[in-house]
Design a protein around this ligand. Structure first.
Ligand SMILES: NC(=O)c1ccc[n+]([C@@H]2O[C@H](COP(=O)([O-])OP(=O)(O)OC[C@H]3O[C@@H](n4cnc5c(N)ncnc54)[C@H](O)[C@@H]3O)[C@@H](O)[C@H]2O)c1
Length: 307
């Protein structure tokens, strides 16, 4: 049986990815420090090792594949511990590359659209070098992921980890998210369900594109089975303003009011992936619209808040 290590496997995406790997016949080992687990935790059929990728404990290999997802992922989480965020992206990624080298594993890095910073190109294609303000508070995450990509390509070029894959994930939502992770979809839905006003930052005209988790996991699965070693954007091309997203939530769950907050520092104004590479190299296309993906996500949050 093939074996995979999923770092960050107790988190939102790691749990969903583990479920897919197990369904595809993999034995899954999860390495997670439990700093921001999903309310659902790691997959029941995975072997869980608690510890950090920065100083990894002994792990029950061998591993055919390493899916490296461990990282604080939402601004409130990574801003709590900027140095820890940088260490996880830098030292943690190096540790996992060393492990991939020892094990001869295929290595997939979960990178992010944040490598593009506050982009001056729209939509963002993978060859856009990005526009990150290195002295901004958010840089701890953006630069950690940029370094993680750079060190992954360095191991690849030196022939130490020949099989690498890099996915640049754009905002993803769906069942498994933590209600308190501070991301806009979880914020709006939990606020509406709890009868609280939705926190809208700035004038709400800033845009994002939201990818349903099943689409993202399909993209990661296809990428990890392909021979594509260049970075690939995976996300939704359905761009919408935060005000429009708030309106959708109000329409579905009722009007609990809007509370205005200042726009966070270096918050990107627009964000939408150019998906040409994913289409051409992987034959991947997002299939779940926000209209289809929001209801199961709202049901999930209801069940978590009622538990
Ligand atoms: N969800 C998104 O929209 C999105 C967008 C872009 C990139 N990503 C990337 O995808 C990955 C998974 O994100 P997610 O949304 O599932 O976040 P999440 O917070 O739900 O999961 C991350 C998991 O990593 C664990 N973790 C954090 N630091 C660790 C460390 N040092 N050692 C071991 N485990 C550690 C946490 O406990 C958590 O279980 C992250 O690398 C994130 O940067 C996610």
């Amino acid at each position: 049986m093939s074996r995979a290590l999923v770092t960050g496997g107790a988190g939102f995406l790691g749990r969903n990815l583990s479920a897919r790997l197990i369904a595809e016949g993999y034995e899954v080992v999860v390495l997670d420090d439990m700093s921001s687990p999903s309310p659902l935790g790691a997959h029941e059929d995975a072997t869980v090792v608690e510890g950090s990728v920065v100083e990894p404990p002994p792990l029950p290999g061998p591993f055919d594949r390493i899916y490296h997802l461990a990282s604080p992922a939402s601004p409130p989480r990574y801003l709590l511990d900027p140095i820890g965020t940088l260490r996880t992206g830098a030292e943690g990624t190096r540790q996992m590359l060393d492990l991939a080298e020892r094990e001869g594993s295929r290595f997939l890095l979960a990178s992010t659209s944040e490598v593009y910073g506050d982009p001056t190109q729209h939509p963002q294609s993978e060859d856009y070098p990005g526009s990150v303000e290195v002295t901004s508070t958010r840089a701890c995450y953006d630069e950690a992921k940029r370094y993680a990509e750079a060190v992954t390509y360095a191991y690849h070029r030196q022939g130490r980890v020949p099989e690498i894959r890099v996915v640049r994930i754009f905002n993803t939502y769906g069942p498994g998210m933590a209600p308190n992770d501070g991301r806009v979809v979880s914020n709006f839905i939990t606020q509406a369900l709890q009868g609280r006003p939705l926190s809208l930052h700035g004038d709400g005209s800033q845009t994002r594109s939201f990818c349903y988790v099943d689409d993202l996991i399909d993209g990661i699965w296809l990428l990890s089975n392909s021979d594509v070693t260049v970075p690939v954007n995976i996300g939704s091309a359905e761009e919408m303003s935060m005000k429009d997203l708030a309106d959708r939530v109000v329409e579905a769950l009722g009007d609990t009011g809007i509370e205005h907050h200042p726009l966070p520092e270096s918050d990107p104004v627009r964000r939408r992936p150019d998906l040409t590479r994913a289409r051409e190299l992987l034959g991947w296309e997002p299939g779940v619209s926000l209209e289809m993906g929001l209801p199961p996500t709202m049901e999930y949050f209801k069940s978590v808040l009622d538990a």
